[in-house]
Design a protein around this ligand. Structure first.
Ligand SMILES: Cc1ncc(C[n+]2csc(CCOP(=O)(O)OP(=O)(O)O)c2C)c(N)n1
Ligand SMILES: [Mg+2]
Length: 803
């Protein structure tokens, strides 16, 4: 539907006029911030800039329709929206441009993200949730184009759950009957991404209150529309999604980015439809411009024609807004000039205040360092060079922290032979800075407050002779049943999770018992399954997103890596999404069923817990731990463990497994073999064979790869046995290399080793199919036996002659 102004000649009340002039003020304020922002970059005061100029008017309309409790998931053009809501001051805007590391200065990211990455803070200092229904909320932006879409789906889906799942009614801090709308924004070119289409389809299927606005400026950096979109129009392409009288779907609106009244109508209507009916709405905002081009990295004169540039000038939304205001007699051109001049002066003032606060902190550090270097110089035999370095440091133009710290470190190296009475003070100051800089640049990768998963008290499973022998999957089933009963926030979803209770039946019967909103089937769409999990977790729920097989995690990996794993870090603890990703792997057979790309996970998911339970008793205990805390996690169950017999713990649902604490499965004296998951059984079998030939193997199950052995269990074992092998079924250089590095770097074992530390991974290729393929691709019992034997042979060839 094309939304066009219908009230051009309408007269406005005083109140309306005031509101329109307020909008004008916000628009020009935002514009001046963009214009000055670019200059700051060119003056060398900031590294890079990307701005929201040319997109102001639509965002003001969106802000009008946005209510408390609503969520935004958007991208780097949305400064005007955030300003219009009152969630971003001009000073904060510039603080982020400069990368000011104070949370108060840049509440979105504490200087950790480049400018234009918006976020509100959902979490209090002590880790508790704020009252999200009484606030305007913005999920924390990320840079990859269209990656805001999957979590947008989840943010909207949460409203669906809050409305439909009666068990959630008491969670008044997070929702009022699911009335909250999730508002998304995306650039025209970014709609070419797969995750845009996947998210759009899923939102249509789920009928969630999601309003997605496409800011269409005809370009994606230098590439014009014709290279991006079939028929050149995303709303035309998506026309088939339009709902009809008989079929559910979308409401699709088209509106011009310079048409003030139509924008207001479109956004108001969209908000109403989404909020009341839970129908997704797509607003295609066309004819937007980029007055300053894409970003500070280039100039658009290089790729836009003179006609296009002229068109962009003529159709600039603020120019058009001025025309609208004057032709409707709302204000005179002079009045508007006055507002504009005031806004410009205000932006300049705020910008200068932001720069002053940002640079003052660093200048103070620099001055202290210079003083300390000078006083150290007086006591030192290297006086001349130190004074010279102090002088050079003092002269730095626009100094950054690196200038200060790298000078001090160089000086401490120069002073290596001098005693503490000379360098003690400088060193002590430097060490204080190390702590402060850790907090500024490195903290909050994981939850650090009372909700840390490492702080959950360990409770042992109660198992005795009377405990029933059941299939592994039944242990999980009992756990999920208990948790569904006891935690209304918990729900599980994924492909085949609902009706049949997952492909291995750990949820069998639980949908029938607890309802479709608790145990739910989804389409085949790993990327948005993850997004659905992230978005719902951001709104206070406890989702368990299932990825059917570990190898298919790749489809969702980007969201996990770029968004979830970095969320707590990039907001410096301002947001968290305690999503649990459940999947199954290990000892699968086949090229796309390897079940073991752990190195891939370890490298890309720092910020998440990576748990690798060897059986379902351990898995249930890990889930219990995770649900009592707020770190996001991936748990990889053993595919071949669902039908193996385990004893049903009597306290299922209540016992917990300590994360980061390996378990010694078998004690031994000659050699330590460290492994996890399904390889535990293979190594145990090998250890039994080796015992028969006089080799005593200590077998350790690491249980979690992230965190990794925070108790030093492996180091203690190596100090006893003096030999170690790290075994798993990942590729060479994958998780075995990771485990070796962790132990060498953190557990002081090198001097206790009598033999080279070894790894025993799978082959470099993915596993060939079937049991023989598995045998010849992944470590077998014989491989473990021979590898251990070889090490023993090297240390005592007489006792252990070569095979
Ligand atoms: C996955 C990914 N690929 C490439 C980029 C680099 N990039 C940043 S913005 C952009 C163009 C986006 O254009 P559009 O979606 O139209 O938004 P606009 O900047 O025009 O508002 C590109 C290619 C990126 N950030 N992420
Ligand atoms: Mg664009």
């Amino acid at each position: 539907m094309e939304v066009k102004s219908q009230f051009k000649t309408q007269s406005h009340s005083e109140l309306q006029k005031q509101a329109i002039l307020d909008d004008f003020r916000v628009a020009v304020m935002s514009r001046h911030a963009s214009l000055m922002g670019r200059k700051e970059v060119f003056m060398g005061k900031a590294k890079f800039g990307i701005f929201g100029d040319g997109k102001e008017l639509a965002q003001i309309a969106m802000a009008r329709a946005f209510k408390k409790g609503d969520f935004r998931s958007g991208y780097y053009r949305d400064q005007t929206f955030m300003m219009a809501l009152g969630e971003l001051t001009v000073k904060q805007y510039f603080a982020q441009l400069y990368a000011h590391t104070n949370v108060e200065a840049d509440p979105a990211s504490a200087g950790r993200l480049m400018n234009g990455h918006f976020a509100t803070r959902s979490i209090n200092e002590d880790g508790t949730w704020k009252d999200l229904v009484n606030r305007y909320n913005s999920a924390a932006d990320i840079s990859p184009t269209a990656a805001q879409m999957p979590k947008l789906l989840g943010l909207a889906y949460a409203s669906k759950l809050f409305r439909e799942n009666k068990g959630l009614k008491s969670l008044t801090q997070f929702s009022v009957n699911g009335n909250e709308v999730a508002w998304g924004t995306i650039g025209n070119a970014s709609t070419s991404e797969g995750m845009f289409f996947e998210s759009i389809n899923a939102a249509g299927v789920l009928q969630v209150p999601m309003v997605i606005s496409i800011w269409d400026d005809g370009y994606g950096i230098s590439v014009p529309q014709e290279f991006h979109t079939t028929k050149g129009s995303i709303s035309e392409v998506l026309a088939g999604f339009q709902r009809t009288e008989n079929e559910k779907g979308y409401e699709i609106l088209r509106v011009k980015g310079w048409d003030y009244e139509s924008l207001n109508q479109a956004f108001t209507y969209a908000g109403q439809v989404a909020r009341t009916e839970h129908v997704p709405v797509l607003i295609h905002v066309e004819e937007m411009t980029q007055p300053q081009g894409h970003s500070t990295s280039g100039s658009h004169e290089r790729y836009k024609s003179a006609e296009r540039l002229k068109w962009e000038k003529d159709w600039d939304c603020i120019t058009k807004f001025r025309d609208y205001i004057t032709t409707n007699g709302i204000a005179s051109a002079d009045q508007l000039d006055g507002i504009d001049a005031e806004a410009k002066a205000e932006v300049k003032k705020q910008k200068e205040a932001a720069w002053h606060e940002f640079s003052k902190e660093i200048k103070e550090e620099l001055d202290t360092a210079v003083q300390l270097i000078k006083s150290t110089a007086e006591l030192s035999s290297r006086k001349t060079i130190l004074l010279q370095m102090a002088d050079d440091l003092k002269k730095t133009i626009n100094p950054i922290r690196k200038d200060v710290i790298s000078t001090v470190r160089k000086i401490l190296l120069i002073l290596r032979a001098e005693n503490e009475s000379v360098k003690g003070e400088l060193k002590a100051w430097y060490e204080k800075q190390v702590e402060k800089n850790y907090d500024r640049y490195n903290s909050h990768l994981y939850v650090e407050d009372a909700f840390s998963s490492l702080k959950v008290k360990e409770i042992q499973p109660l198992i005795n002779e009377k405990s029933a022998q059941v299939d592994g999957r039944e242990v999980l089933q009992a756990f999920f049943d208990y948790t569904l009963e006891n935690d209304p926030r918990f729900f599980a979803f994924g492909e085949d999770v609902g009706k049949i209770g997952d492909v291995n039946q750990a949820f069998a019967g639980l949908q029938a018992k607890h309802g479709e909103w608790r145990v739910t089937d989804t389409g085949i769409r790993e990327c948005t399954i993850i997004g659905q999990g992230i978005g719902t977790a951001l709104r206070g729920l406890r989702p368990m997103a299932e990825i059917q097989y570990l190898d298919y995690l790749l489809y969702g990996l980007q969201m996990l890596s770029d968004d979830l794993a970095s969320l707590h870090y990039r907001t410096k603890g301002g947001q968290k999404a305690p999503l649990i990703v459940r999947t199954r792997g290990h000892r699968l057979e086949g090229v796309w069923h390897a079940g073991s790309p752990m190195g891939m996970i370890l490298s890309s998911l720092r910020g998440m817990i990576v748990a690798v339970p060897r059986d379902m008793t351990q898995a249930a205990g890990m889930y219990a731990t995770l649900l009592k805390s707020d770190d996001p996690a991936i748990v990889i169950e053993c595919l071949n463990g669902y039908r193996l017999k385990e004893k049903m713990p009597q306290n299922i649902g209540q016992y917990t497994v300590a994360l980061g604490k390996p378990e010694i499965l078998k004690e031994g004296n000659d050699i330590t073999v460290v492994t996890y998951g399904s390889m535990c059984r293979i190594v145990m079998e090998a250890a039994a064979e080796l015992a028969e030939i006089g080799i005593s193997v200590e077998v350790i199950d690491v249980q979690t790869l992230l965190p990794f052995d925070t108790h030093g269990v492996i180091g203690d074992s190596i100090r006893k046995t003096s030999r170690v092998i790290f075994a798993d079924e990942d590729v060479p250089g994958g998780a075995t290399a990771f485990m070796l590095q962790q132990v060498l770097d953190h557990q002081d074992v090198f001097r206790y080793l009598d033999a080279e530390p070894q790894t025993l991974p799978a082959k470099a290729h993915r596993p060939a199919y079937s049991s023989d393929g598995d045998y010849f691709s992944k470590p077998s019992v014989e491989d473990v036996v021979e590898k251990v034997y070889q090490l023993m042979h090297e240390s005592n060839p007489k006792k252990f002659p070569s095979i």
